[in-house]
Design a protein around this ligand. Structure first.
Ligand code: NAG
Length: 296
C-alpha cells in the first residue's frame, strides 16, 4: 500500500535549485501582492463596479488560489532532500487544482461573453449583463469547477497504487499520478484526455471563435467605444493564449516529454497567475486611475 508520494522535483543540481528557489519566490510574492491589489482596488473603487471588473477581481482571486495550490509547496521543497506528500495531500492537490482551474476557465469564458455583448450588442449591455447575470456567471464558475473536479477524482481515488511511488514532477496531477497505478492505465489516460483535455480544447476553440467575431465586428464598425475596447481585448486574448497553451499541452499531448513538461508546468503555475496583475495594473487606464485615487 502506498501512503506517501515522493516528488522528483525540477532538478537535482544544487546551484540550479537555489536559482529556481529565488526565481519562484519572487514570482510568488508578486502573484500574491498583485492579485490582492486587483481585488482590493475593484472592491474599494466605485468607478470599477461593473461586470467586467467584478469578473476580473474574481479571476485574480482564482489565480491566487490556483498558484497557491502548487507553488508554496514547490518553494518549500527546493531545500528538502526528500520531497514527500501524503496520499491525502496528493489527492487534495489534484482536487483543488481542477476546482480552481475549471473555475478560471469559466470566468475567462464569462469575460469573453461580456466583451462580446459590449461590442456586438452595445444597446443591450445593461440589460444582459445586469447584476444577477454577473453573480450567476461567477456562481457557475465555482459550481462547474467543483463538478469537474469531483468527476476527475471520483475514478482516481480508488485506483490501486504500488511502488515505485515517485511522481516525476513537483506537484500531484492526474496525468502523472495515474502512471503510478499497478493496473493498466490506458483507460484512465483516455479518461483524463477526454475530460480535462476536451474541456480545455472546447473552451479554447469557443474563446477563439468569440474573440474572432468581436475583432471582425470592430473592424467593420470602428468607433471610439470599440477603440477603447480593443485595448482590454488584447489583454484578454494574451491571457487566454498563455492560459490555454500550456494547459492543452499538459492534458492533451499524449506523450509528455519529461523535462519539458515539468518546466512548462512550473512556468505555467507562476506566469499565468502573474499575467493579470501585470497587464491590468500597467496598461489599463481605468485601473491606473483607480490606483491613483486609492493612493490619495
Ligand atoms: C466576484 O463577482 C461577484 C459577482 O459579480 C461580486 O459580487 C464579487 O464581489 C466578486 N468577487 C471579488 C473578489 O471581487
Amino acid at each position: 500500500m502506498v501512503t506517501v508520494f515522493v516528488f522528483l522535483g525540477l532538478s537535482n543540481s544544487q546551484e540550479l535549485q537555489i536559482f529556481l528557489f529565488a526565481f519562484f519566490f519572487v514570482f510568488y510574492v508578486g502573484i500574491v501582492l498583485g492579485n490582492l491589489l486587483i481585488v482590493i482596488i475593484v472592491a474599494s473603487d466605485s468607478h470599477l463596479h461593473s461586470p467586467i471588473y467584478f469578473l476580473l477581481a474574481n479571476l485574480s482571486l482564482i489565480d491566487l488560489c490556483l498558484s497557491s495550490v502548487t507553488v508554496p509547496k514547490m518553494i518549500a521543497d527546493f531545500f528538502s532532500e526528500r520531497k514527500v506528500t501524503s496520499f491525502k495531500g496528493c489527492f487534495a492537490q489534484i482536487f483543488l487544482l481542477h476546482f480552481f482551474g475549471g473555475g478560471e476557465l469559466v470566468i475567462l469564458i464569462a469575460m469573453a461573453f461580456d466583451r462580446y455583448v459590449v461590442i456586438c450588442k452595445p444597446l443591450h449591455y445593461t440589460t444582459v449583463m445586469c447584476g444577477n447575470v454577473c453573480v450567476g456567471l461567477v456562481a457557475a464558475a465555482w459550481g462547474i469547477g467543483f463538478l469537474h473536479s469531483v468527476s476527475q477524482l471520483a475514478f482516481a481515488v480508488n485506483l490501486p497504487f504500488c511502488d515505485p511511488n515517485e511522481v516525476d514532477s513537483f506537484y500531484c496531477d492526474l496525468p502523472r499520478v495515474i502512471k503510478l497505478t499497478c493496473t493498466d492505465t490506458y483507460r484512465f489516460d483516455i479518461m483524463v484526455i477526454a475530460s480535462s483535455g476536451v474541456l480545455t480544447l472546447c473552451s479554447f476553440v469557443l474563446l477563439i471563435i468569440s474573440y474572432t467575431i468581436i475583432l471582425v465586428t470592430i473592424q467593420r464598425h470602428p468607433s471610439d467605444r470599440s477603440a477603447k475596447a480593443l485595448s482590454t481585448l488584447t489583454a484578454h486574448i494574451t491571457v487566454v493564449l498563455l492560459f490555454f497553451g500550456p494547459c492543452i499541452f499538459i492534458y492533451v499531448w499524449p506523450f509528455p516529454t519529461k523535462s519539458l513538461g515539468k518546466f512548462l508546468a512550473a512556468f505555467y503555475s507562476v506566469v499565468t497567475s502573474l499575467l493579470n496583475p501585470i497587464i491590468y495594473t500597467l496598461w489599463n487606464k481605468d485601473m491606473k486611475a483607480a490606483m491613483r485615487r486609492l493612493t490619495k
